[in-house]
Design a protein around this ligand. Structure first.
Ligand SMILES: [Zn+2]
Length: 88
């Protein structure tokens, strides 16, 4: 029969373990919270903008964005240059 103080130590360790575990997983969860889902399609703006990569010359066309003046996409590690909007 272990001494009463030994039992208290073990109980304390178990409680501490669970406290740390909950705090740890809570922090982990808050850090890995997924990005909010994109807004429904109706809230997206239809845009028609072309961007050109100043490094490799690739061009992309953006047709849907969260606002009418979206931040330029990145290519080759740099922001792409906006080419005049298309009106077609
Ligand atoms: Zn590029």
């Amino acid at each position: 029969m272990p001494a009463f103080s030994t039992i208290m130590w073990v109980l304390g360790a178990v409680v501490l373990f669970f406290v740390l575990w909950f705090v740890g997983t809570g922090m982990l969860r808050s850090m890995t919270t997924p990005l909010p889902p994109p807004p429904p399609e109706g809230e997206l703006r239809k845009v028609n903008v072309r961007y050109r990569c100043s490094i490799c010359g690739s061009e992309v066309r953006m047709t849907l964005a969260t606002d009418e003046d979206p931040p330029p996409p990145r290519h080759c590690g740099d922001e792409m240059d906006m080419v005049a909007p298309l009106y077609d």
